[in-house]
Design a protein around this ligand. Structure first.
Ligand code: AMP
Ligand code: GLY
Length: 431
């Protein structure tokens, strides 16, 4: 099977590495890729937003399967165009990708499916902002209604901070979503979805804030670990039956079935699990810890999902143990990152490339905000964490920063799931 992966981050590097281990894969390409994927896969130039060019490349390269990494081309309809060219594509249609592309659409789907999520209100004019904010209590949650690479959200107890973020979004013509605050630990659950068939992967947790102890602004994700030693053994089954399966069924009912990877971002609150957001693709950096633990060949699984055959696949096989990833970010990230610096140690094992390119002289240089994603594995989370931070010592990038506490609390047994305060009903919105 010839597999073309679209994207250029550490998520795509992890996907390419997993595909390379599948004996069914005879050729692998990544477009546009980065200096890390180029060591494992053929590299092809591509503007991922140019969906017609992606389909042309897939045809020209004789791809048997195209795997789409990022959300932007999916929302722009890349999967529709690739499928129209007759090539199986792992990733949802534009109509189904709206579950990530529009937070208000996702809220509609959840309401119809009876899935718990935060109470929310859309504000589209500055004149309505103050009155709307006043209907919420702190901490305030203010989101860009559209795609914002994880950086469009401000969570703050300070009314003025919340108001200022909402005003900036509105001034730039972006509708704003206000939400009630969901407490409790977060879970990222990736599910392969093919219509109504839902196959969950291992649950993971990511770290959204830029600084240790969850301080500073939100980022695309500064680190992750899997699985979750603190989660109850039936958590995933519960999340699938009460959240992901009803949403998948609702998408089918609407005539826009979801095919690909449905990522549920959840908070385990004192009144039960609730959805923070849905994404229509693999998460970054969680993919970097989930895929190294997967023993089932990946290409077959993604091909089965893309061709409507997921239900006939055998149960997934997982390695024992745990994986931890720590993201090395460029100076300035999550603001404007500094680029063009030499990255030392980037070719070592366990070092996945996010924002890198290879210079003509062979040096790996930074070219994005999240430059590397260093992955450690071990028989438990303590050892996986040690492995990741030991590998991190081998890389160097001037001005870079990373979190030192990825998976720390979980490895110490310090993550607490709030006790359920009430009987959970699937009654839609909660306060
Ligand atoms: P999102 O882009 O919707 O995933 O939000 C990014 C991050 O902001 C999430 O991972 C949470 O840490 C936080 N967040 C978003 N919405 C809420 C909410 N309603 N309550 C608490 N935290 C939230
Ligand atoms: N890890 C967050 C995301 O991929 O959106």
């Amino acid at each position: 099977m010839r597999v073309l992966v679209v994207g250029s981050g550490a998520r795509e590097h992890a996907i390419v590495l997993a595909l390379a281990q599948d004996p069914e894969v005879t050729a692998l390409a990544c477009a546009p890729g980065n200096a890390g994927t180029a060591a494992v896969a053929e590299q092809r130039g591509l503007d991922v937003q140019d969906v017609a060019a992606a389909a042309a490349l897939a045809l020209d390269w004789h791809a048997d399967l195209v795997v789409i990494g990022p959300e932007m081309p999916l929302v722009a309809g890349i999967a529709d165009v690739v499928r129209a060219a007759g090539i199986p594509c792992f990733g949802p249609t534009a109509a189904a990708a709206r579950i990530e592309g529009s937070k208000s659409f996702a809220k509609d789907v959840m309401a119809a499916a009876g899935v718990r999520t935060a109470t929310s209100e859309i504000v589209d004019t500055p004149a309505h902002l103050d009155a709307a904010l006043a209907r919420f209590t702190p901490p305030y949650v203010v989101k860009d209604d559209g795609l914002a690479a994880g950086k469009g959200v401000v969570v703050s107890a300070d009314f003025d901070v919340a108001r200022a973020h909402a005003s900036t979004l509105l001034d730039n013509g972006h509708p704003v979503l206000l939400e009630s605050y969901l407490d409790g630990p977060e879970v990222s659950l990736f599910c392969l979805v093919d219509g109504e068939t839902v196959v969950p992967l291992l649950p993971a947790q990511d770290f959204k804030r830029v600084g240790d102890d969850d301080t500073g602004p939100n980022t695309g994700g500064m680190g992750a670990y899997a699985p979750l030693p603190w989660a109850s053994p039936d958590l995933v089954t519960e999340l699938v039956s009460t959240i992901v399966a009803p949403v998948a069924a609702e998408m089918v009912r609407r005539g826009t079935p979801f095919s690909g990877l449905l990522y549920a971002g959840l908070a385990l609150t004192s009144s039960g699990p609730a959805v923070i957001e849905f994404n229509c693709r693999f998460g970054d950096p969680e993919t970097q810890v989930v895929l190294p633990l997967l023993r089932t060949p990946l290409a077959r699984l993604l091909y089965a999902t893309a061709t409507g055959a997921l239900a006939s696949q055998p149960p997934l096989q997982w390695a024992d143990g745990a994986a931890v990833t720590v993201v090395v970010a460029a100076e300035g990230y999550p603001g404007l990152p500094r680029a063009g610096d030499v990255v030392a140690g980037a070719d070592a094992d366990g070092v996945l490339h996010g924002g890198t390119r290879r210079r003509d002289d062979g040096a790996v240089v930074s070219s994005g905000g999240r430059v590397l994603s260093v992955v450690g594995t071990g028989t438990d989370l303590v050892l996986a964490r040690e492995d990741a931070y030991r590998r991190l010592e081998g890389v160097h990038l001037a001005g870079s920063h990373h979190r030192t506490d990825i998976a720390l609390r979980a490895s110490r047994g310090d993550v607490e799931v709030p006790r359920r305060a009430e009987v959970v009903t699937r009654s839609g919105d909660i306060g």
